[in-house]
Design a protein around this ligand. Structure first.
Ligand code: AHG
Ligand code: MN
Ligand code: MN
Ligand code: MN
Length: 339
């Protein structure tokens, strides 16, 4: 087909097309994804004019993580929670910015099939200095009976149970990338029509890359195997023989998005002070582990695939390694050297 005439699918068209392929689908997941796209567009408006309106800086509160909450953290949380609560496809949510999960208690929501967990704004430390930030989400089927309010059991599911997971990156352009078991697709916001348009169909994570992402400031607190691998990254690279390139933005969405497209490895290891690291399993590690593994990459907490971890708490943290398959296998050789 002549590329000029190829109609670029909007997110709505793409999710509806998926419905045509699966006539038995109820359309609830498609509707949920469109709701998330709507909230992302609203957050994008505020992110794009941050600095001109009173949306920068601290909210003045501390969240359950013990972090200074930014105004945009709260704004984004309320946008995503609002569209999901008013929609017809989500029975409840958990969020980085909420101490506990929220069961949507109207009859329609109680009867919905899905629950959603999200980090409404990832990379908050970068908001005030105009560096890319994002939103991360994971979608699960509820495990308790429809028609009843969701319970904590619905949220403490292994990441392998995700039906879909994705992220929004508010960067030089605004993109929404999401994975289902059928693949990973990226949509870029076209401001002229206010729609996310398919720009990165069927994203695959290159088996190798030349980028490693880690906070070198914690180097001396990492385990020996991690230190050895990071040191090796500075000596050799499969393709060029030279060192890998170190790239670390401090917004996981931006770091992992780059590595997903170009190939690379992202690490937030445990440290002496924080053996479980910093990143939260349910709404940071699991969504990205799902996306990267669907795209052909791998994820780990240093021992097992992130997706196989049975959560016990909403805000639990996990050491996180994710990226190109061969680089993750290379890392594995340093974490668990064969005797
Ligand atoms: P959040 O802004 O949602 O709290 O998450 C920030 C996370 C993640 O985006 C990033 O990779 C990491 O914090 C950076 O942490 P360090 O500054 O400790 O490296
Ligand atoms: Mn935070
Ligand atoms: Mn985050
Ligand atoms: Mn956050």
């Amino acid at each position: 087909m002549n590329p000029i005439n190829r109609q670029i699918s909007t997110l709505d068209e793409f999710t509806i097309q998926s419905l045509r392929q699966f006539p038995h689908a109820t359309g609830e997941l498609s509707s949920l994804l469109r709701d998330i796209g709507l909230a992302a567009k609203r957050v994008n408006v505020e992110v794009n004019k941050a600095g001109l309106v009173d949306i920068l800086g601290d909210h003045g509160s501390t969240n359950v993580q013990g972090e200074e909450v930014k105004k945009l953290d709260i704004y984004a949380n309320n946008q995503f929670m609002g569209v999901l609560q008013r929609g017809v496809s989500c029975a409840g949510i958990a969020s980085e910015e909420l101490d506990d999960y929220v069961a949507f208690d109207d009859a329609v929501s109680r009867n919905s099939k899905y629950i959603c967990m999200f980090d409404p704004l990832d990379g908050s430390g970068n908001i005030d200095v105009n560096v890319s930030i994002g939103t991360i989400f994971g979608i699960y089927r509820r495990v308790t009976e429809r028609g009843t309010p969701v319970t904590k059991e619905d949220f403490l599911q292994k990441g392998i149970n995700q039906v879909a997971a994705g992220y929004v990156i508010y960067g030089s352009s605004t993109m929404m990338v999401y994975a289902t078991r059928r693949g990973v697709n990226g949509f870029t916001l076209d401001p002229s029509i206010g729609e996310f348009c398919l720009s990165h169909p069927d994203i695959k994570c290159p088996e190798w890359g030349k980028i490693y992402s880690v906070n070198h400031g914690n180097f001396f607190q990492y385990a020996d195997g991690v230190k050895k691998y990071i040191t090796e990254c500075q000596h050799k690279c499969k393709d060029t023989g030279g060192p890998y390139t170190q790239r670390y933005i401090g917004s996981m969405v931006a770091d992992v998005h780059r590595n997903l497209i170009k190939g690379g490895i992202f690490m937030y290891p445990g440290t002496i002070e924080k053996p479980k690291g910093k990143l939260r399993l349910l709404y940071e590690c699991n969504p990205f582990a799902f996306i990267v593994e669907v795209a052909g990459g791998k994820s780990s907490n240093g021992e097992v695939s992130i997706l196989d971890i049975q959560p016990t708490e909403l805000h639990q943290r996990a050491p996180f390694f994710v990226g190109s398959k061969k680089m993750m296998e290379e890392l594995e050789g340093y974490l668990h050297p064969r005797l």
